[in-house]
Write a protein that binds this ligand. Structure first.
Ligand code: HEM
Length: 509
């Protein structure tokens, strides 16, 4: 019996994968999947209860943070899976009951969940070094050839060298600027393609178009090459981001090596390697060939591809969704960009500095829809104390950036999309204002902020300048669903479909 296929089909039937975009990925709720997996093997794991009890005795001398009561073997997985909510929303709910410093056991993994700015500052600033490690997730071991990438490699000399090269050589403002012509060319092609859709008056799948844009920009930046195989890459990215969350059964029970193979996760990752080699090898070979002949433009390392395209794509998709739901904000953003371009003409990225409100729209989108809401998991290196609670070594850390960015303690009307809230405020996403950390903070903070923001500003400005937007079939702004996929990276669950008309004075596409 193909148990793996049956389990996935079951989860699929539960309705967690209704997004036609991502229909090739068998399940979009990894926690449900993990919980489901536990049913047939729970007997096997029962033997662990005894060991666990011994461990619990040992941990009694610690003052662990509060948390919901855990069950033997599965710990708190059932509470996370309850209510069919995305993990970051469910964890926000639990934090409202148990507090901003919460202890959970996910499978056999002790996990610290931090959900306030004060506690985030404590772990990401005051105890930054101690939490600068990443857990040894299977995806890092298999897909990234024994943790050889920046994002998943353990804290130490190797990671420091990679990060230094990335920071000094790849992510400087000058380097990001050197890709300006790529962004301008690709955005111009994108706008032309939207203009032909506008002329036909048909309903446009904006999600597809935006993904294509970010895919092309990132391909050219990373490989100096136009993107191909976009659909396959989209599925690959979706699977990769699932794996990064660390919610696979093998990552929840890392001591039981057998689970890596019987859960089918190892096989899945190996298939992903084959798929990524199939897609990337020809591009890389051509790139090396061109480089030897001195024919390439400056490029970034290939592993950056996933981090770079999906995050900016998702954020743009959310920004357009919020603008469609909030016509007044849309109006103000369009007025600003149209006014600026009318005065100076469309001068590509050099016009962007004037667009103060547009920048606030992006900030507000990152607040309400941080695309990596729990940041990338970290792990404590040695024992430490956080606000008087003990945190043993090898505790997994999740910082709920979403819960913090929607906490009424720091934000007025936190659920309302209101870019004006940042007007005259010095709060920024650079990692020092802990109530707003969509890019994380500290040593492992996202090094790609400048590139990510550059990839979002020009497309957004151009979309707002060239077109007027409405929802299809007489839908009212509030009818637009904002359902989220339930992965580590939070995308729209359903494609964003729109009708657009060309703005009368728009020219120079
Ligand atoms: C909207 C855009 C983006 C968002 C919201 C975002 C968010 C994040 C977050 C939350 C983390 C984890 C930080 C932590 O653990 O504290 C991260 C890590 C990372 N990001 Fe980004 N990111 C974005 C764009 C990019 C881009 C464009 C690149 C590169 C081209 C990039 C490369 C990376 C890398 C390499 C890491 C791992 C850093 C490390 O572990 O040392 N990101 N990002």
């Amino acid at each position: 019996m193909d148990l793996s296929k049956n389990c996935l089909t079951f989860v699929y039937r539960l309705g967690y994968n209704q997004n036609p975009f991502f229909r090739y990925t068998p399940t979009k709720n990894p926690i449900m999947e993990a919980t489901f997996w536990l049913l047939p093997i729970i007997t096997f794991l029962g033997s662990l209860v005894f060991i666990q009890k011994l461990l619990m005795k040992k941990s009694e001398k610690f003052r662990l943070p509060p948390g919901p009561p855990a069950l033997p073997v599965i710990g708190n997985l059932h509470q996370l899976a309850a209510k069919n909510m995305s993990p970051h929303r469910r964890l926000r709910e639990l934090a409202r009951v148990y507090g901003p410093i919460m202890h959970l056991r996910l499978g056999e993994v002790p996990t610290l969940v931090v959900s306030s700015a004060e506690a985030a500052k404590e772990v990401l600033k005051n105890h930054d070094v101690n939490f600068a490690n990443r857990p040894k997730l299977m995806v890092g071991k298999i897909l990234y050839y024994n943790f050889s990438d920046i994002g998943l490699s353990p804290y130490g000399e190797y990671w420091r060298q990679l990060r230094k090269i990335a920071t000094l050589e790849l992510f400087t403002v000058k380097r990001v600027q050197s890709f300006r012509h790529i962004r301008e060319e690709e955005v111009s092609k994108f706008i032309k393609s939207l203009a032909s859709e506008a002329a036909s008056g048909s309903v446009v799948n904006l999600s597809d178009k935006l993904f294509g844009l970010l895919f092309n920009i990132t391909s050219r930046i990373v490989f100096s090459h136009e993107g191909e195989d976009q659909d396959a890459f989209r599925v690959f990215l979706s699977n990769l981001l699932d794996a990064l969350a660390g919610f696979s059964i093998a990552d929840l029970y890392p001591s039981i090596k057998l689970l890596e193979s019987i859960s089918g996760f190892r096989k899945k990752l190996q298939e992903m390697i084959k798929e990524s080699d199939r897609m990337l090898d020809p591009i890389i070979e051509e790139h090396i060939y061109k480089k030897r002949q001195g024919k390439t433009e400056e490029d970034l390392v290939d592993e950056i591809f996933a981090a770079g395209s999906e995050t900016s794509f998702s954020t743009l998709e959310w920004a357009m969704s919020e603008l469609l739901r909030n016509p007044k904000v849309m109006e103000r953003a369009q007025a600003e960009v149209r006014d600026a371009f009318k005065k100076k003409g469309i001068t590509g990225e050099s016009s962007l500095n004037e667009l103060k409100y547009l920048k606030l729209v992006i900030k507000e989108t990152l607040r309400l829809h941080p695309v990596v809401p729990l940041l990338v998991p970290r792990e404590s290196i040695e024992h430490c104390q956080i606000h008087g609670y003990d945190v043993p070594p090898k505790t997994r850390l999740m910082v709920n950036a979403f819960a913090i960015a929607t906490d009424p303690q720091y934000w007025e009307e936190p659920e309302v999309f209101k870019p004006e809230r940042f007007e005259g405020s010095s709060i920024d996403y650079k990692g020092t204002n802990f109530e707003f950390i969509p890019f994380g903070s500290g040593r492992r903070m996202c090094p790609g902020i400048a590139l990510g923001v550059a990839n979002m500003e020009l497309p957004l400005a151009m979309m707002l300048y060239h077109f007027d937007w409405k929802l299809p079939a007489g839908m009212k702004p509030n009818d637009l669903d904002m359902d989220e996929s339930s992965d580590i990276s939070v995308r729209r669950k359903n494609a964003l479909r729109v009708i657009l008309t060309s703005y009368a004075s728009s020219s120079g596409i």
